[in-house]
Design a protein around this ligand. Structure first.
Ligand code: NDP
Ligand code: MG
Length: 398
């Protein structure tokens, strides 16, 4: 649920940021925004998993209070490189949670990929922070819990995901009961026009070629399977408090309309722009203001067409799996998410074929029971689904 954020004006003092996943695609683009607005944004914490060199370079440029590293083997390199700077080096999930709750931090940019991003977001919520949320897996796995904690701790979530930022922008000034449905647009990914019969031959290199967006490897594969859109349907359910039957997906290959809201009176609002994540990242940091920036504009004189088609659910079964777990509730979305993360990791290691990704997810959903979504149950469901996919993958003959 998103509450009004009028209590967080920029009143002269720069907004204090903690950037979780600073070395990734969203993280580095967030730092591009900080470079544009050095008087309005101040970095207090930067985190990475293993990319020590980039983390050190970022720390020397932005001079945060602390950096956090996941991989113990890179610790010494970072400590030596930052010796004498006063920048603290923290480790692991404890370090991530400390970075999310520093008193000088107003906004936590949650841009870690996957389930690992959940715990620091929960910590940030409990500390009453404003969270610019890129890590969609947080809401997929624990949407109900997150919304309950947001309410209790008076914290705020602002979406970074381009579709959800678009909807968030369309909803400014509107009331909840005037929304009839959301229309999430999808590029359709690199295999939109590829015949289903050819899917068995899809290679890793082909799956990593997204037509419109340059992103991290995991979300790029999710876009190719269209699981990304399935995850976004679940993300939208929790962000905007609507039922699965009020959230539709429409393929729009140009990725110019980032999503739409249809209202009860027949009016539809859309948010448009060239595909550039810097725009929704900046909006999540500037909201409720808009800050002037030199991002690329749409050239209406060369834009020839905005095309739309229904998603092909035969070719992309992951989309239906996501709707199914959303309707099922409990730990089912956590199983879907973990099975997907594990299957995608195996595909990225070339240990699993593309067409096997949705099969692995379906098998995990069939095998594992659905229970109430307490935090402990979600963690257990995540681990069980990963184990099951690893077992099934070992059994697959290549
Ligand atoms: P990347 O893979 O590019 O970056 C991930 C970041 O998280 C890196 O800083 C990485 O560190 C860090 N990281 C990875 N694993 C862990 C871990 N186990 N613990 C702590 N940190 C970790 O991902 P993206 O930037 O593409 O995506 C980040 C999130 O944003 C995802 O949830 C994605 O779905 C979402 N998103 C991304 C979009 C995009 O355009 N990229 C668009 C919309 C949403 P290191 O570099 O050291 O490995
Ligand atoms: Mg998106």
């Amino acid at each position: 649920m998103i509450s009004s954020d009028a209590s967080h004006p920029i009143n002269g003092a720069p907004r204090g940021l903690s950037i979780l996943g600073a070395t990734g695609s969203i993280g580095t683009q967030t730092l591009d925004i900080v470079r544009l607005f050095p008087d309005r944004l101040r970095v207090h914490a930067l985190t990475a998993h293993a990319n020590a060199d980039l983390l050190v370079a970022q720390a020397l440029e932005f001079r945060p209070n602390c950096v956090v590293l996941g991989d113990e083997t890179a610790r010494k390199t970072v400590e030596e490189a930052l010796a004498g700077t006063g920048i603290r080096v923290l480790m692991g999930s404890e370090g991530l949670c400390e970075a999310s709750t520093l008193p000088e931090v107003d906004t936590v940019v949650a841009a870690v990929v996957g389930f690992a991003g959940l715990e620091p977001v929960l910590a940030a919520i409990r500390a009453g922070k404003r969270i610019a949320l890129a890590n969609k897996e947080t809401l997929v796995v624990a949407g109900a819990l997150v919304n309950q904690l947001l309410h209790t701790h008076n914290a705020t979530l602002i979406p970074v995901d381009s579709e959800h930022s678009a909807i968030f922008q369309c909803l400014v000034g509107e009331t909840a009961h005037s929304v009839r449905r959301l229309i999430l647009t999808a590029s359709g990914g690199p295999f939109r026009t590829r015949p289903k019969e050819d899917f068995a031959r899809i290679t890793l290199a082909e799956a990593l070629q997204h037509p419109n967006w340059s992103m991290g490897a995991k979300i790029t594969v999710d876009s190719a399977t269209m699981m990304n859109k399935g995850l976004e349907v679940i993300e939208a359910r929790w962000l905007f408090d609507l039922g699965a039957d009020q959230i539709d997906v429409l393929v729009h290959p140009q990725s110019i309309i980032h999503s739409m809201v249809e209202f009860t009176d027949g009016s539809t609002k859309a948010q448009l722009g060239v595909p550039d994540m810097k725009v929704p990242i900046q909006y999540a940091l500037s909201y409720p203001q808009r800050w002037p920036a030199p991002h690329e504009r749409i050239d209406w004189t060369t834009l020839r067409a905005l095309d739309f088609e229904m998603p092909d659910v035969e070719k992309f079964p992951s989309l239906q799996l996501a709707y199914a777990v959303l309707r099922k509730g409990g730990t089912a979305p956590a199983v879907l998410n973990a099975a997907n993360e594990q299957a995608v990791a195996l595909f990225l290691n070339e240990q699993l074929r593309f067409v096997e990704i949705p099969r692995m997810i379906e098998a995990a959903l069939d095998a594992l029971p659905v229970t109430e979504a307490t935090y402990d149950a979600l963690v257990q469901a995540d681990a069980a689904a990963r184990r099951l996919v690893l077992e099934h993958a070992r059994a697959v003959v290549h």
